[in-house]
Design a binder for this molecule. Sequence first.
Ligand code: AMP
Ligand code: ZN
Length: 671
Amino acid sequence: MSQAPAPARRRATELRRLVHHHEDLYYRQGRPEISDLEFDRLMAELAGLEAAHPDLATADSPTRRVGGAPLEGFVQVRHEPPMQSLDNTYSLEELREWGARLERLAPDGARGFVAELKVDGVSVSLLYEDGVFVRGATRGNGLIGDDITANLRTIRALPLRLRGRLRGRLLVRGEVYLPRSVFRRLNREREEAGLPLFVNPRNSTAGTIRLLDSREVAARQLAALVYHVAEGPRLGSHAEALERLGEWGFPVHDSWRRCPDLAAVEAFVGDWRERRRELDFETDGVVVKIDELALRERLGSTAKSPRWAVAFKYEPERGETVVREIVVQVGRTGVLTPVAVLEPVFVGGTTVRRATLHNYEDLARKDVRVGDTVRVERGGDVIPKVVEVVLERRPSGALPFEMPARCPQCGEAVVREEGEVAWRCVNPVCPAVVAVSIRHFAGRNAMDIEGLGDERIEQLLAAGLLHDFPDLYRLERSALAALDGWGDRSADKLLASIEASRGRELHRLLFALGIRQVGERVAKLLAGHFGSLAALAAASEEELIAVPEVGPKVAAGIRAFFADPRQRQRLEALAAAGVSPPEAARATPAGPLSGKSVVLTGRLAGFSREEATALLERLGARVAAAVSKKTDLVIAGEDAGSKLAKARELGVPVEGEEALRAWSGRGGASR
Ligand code: AMP
Ligand code: ZN
């Protein structure tokens, strides 16, 4: 393999330094100095250099954060020393008892403590060698955990290389968590996709961190905080450890305090009781630790937990009140959410008037009825919830709640699809959902109408200029220019991008229509197969299933779409407005792989998965996810696993990455 020329090597080093620097400013210090776009450019340049010269791709390169090929399973890691749990205390009383016990165990010991917030996430251990991140693991049972290095690399808050000159091993522990803001967004997306919602950020973190595909982890935007040095340079106190962790570049939350005595700890507990709700991570308590490390060592641990630390848990704040009414809200994706309207009650520092009942299933399980006395809780999360009904206080004659048969917004019958917990309104033009379908229609991968964000869509809907997406093509300049905050220039710009969208390719239009089960990829396959909207609309279920990768479920979704009179109306309105994609080339492109089914596996040094897929498609191939008897060719990169084995078993021809390089015309590393 050839070596990268010196200038490329120098530039890669410089880029890595820059990216590390800006990641640190952004993720750990919260004061970025460059725009996201500029940051992306640095990353892209670095990725380009590494792709051209694979020998430049080091283990600590920030490009590794995008994730690598999926694993077949996790390797196990032994924790030395074990990762213990903490004893819990639930009252200041118990906390004082813990202090008294310490006093008896070490009457002459120092009395300083450190108080920290207890992050409610998933604990991990991180190993650095000579300042470079080499391995990370889950706690598992405390003695043995899973090696989740690839997943942890994707967490931008965690440094891949430490600042300063650190020699030898450094073993630290911390907590990985899903920021509340990301959690809310994730659940909105899951709701949209009809997937069951995550119960809380902790659960979704636990689910995410053990995904086998690190690229999926990268997309979830986990964060982390570090709070313990288990092995490393000699340190005198825990406070010193926390300071040094910060200097090395670890994310350390700055809320920790040195407390000379337990009275100071109690003050810390009181300070954060309410304020913790404003944080972007969930915290269910405070961890109190002896500061002096020598004393810690003397105190040692029991089988389960250290004697020198204890967790103080905030009691979840609960209150009792009466359900006045149960209303049903229609979310932006059509999902119906029951909400309890309550007699106002003071819980955990605020007056609670409404509490979510999540979904019908949850409500039915708790059997909440109008008139019931219920216990509401404000846990770590901001949104209060109904925990249970106080059955003894149920008024006679209270009836079980029934989900309305019709959408409260548009009056259409609501449906609940198999395998889904949510009821939803599927009226494509229901006022509750139309904003989302317009947004989707205009999206970058759909009709790509620039300048049509959420706010503007809401504005156009409110002004009555828009009721559904076909109306976009009837917007008038004068009406737009007269809107608040607009003007001739913005009106012209929007009209120009709407105009440009009339001729978008068929696959974009198909995707834009929001046909259930038809994502970008299926839209492309359909466009390639049928060539025109009319041909697709006329296709029978059998003809649809004949298209590679289209199964019965997708076929049914497509048939249902074209059978719906409202969708037909929409299509007619689009056609009348002159939206007509050019006929797609029907025949598969004539390339060396024309009509062949190809599977990619393993890690490619010179191509991203997307690049490789695009290249193969240009050559006429269809890129499939799994190896079967119908596979014509497997391209295997490094560390290819079960797919390669399967190919060998079935006698499918296998090529290495050189084949891709040859087709792409990049001589690359094989020179
Ligand atoms: P538990 O799992 O309830 O026994 O609580 C112990 C766990 O709390 C530890 O294993 C850590 O994962 C977690 N934890 C969260 N924040 C901290 C912190 N600041 N210091 C120590 N442990 C913490
Ligand atoms: Zn509706």
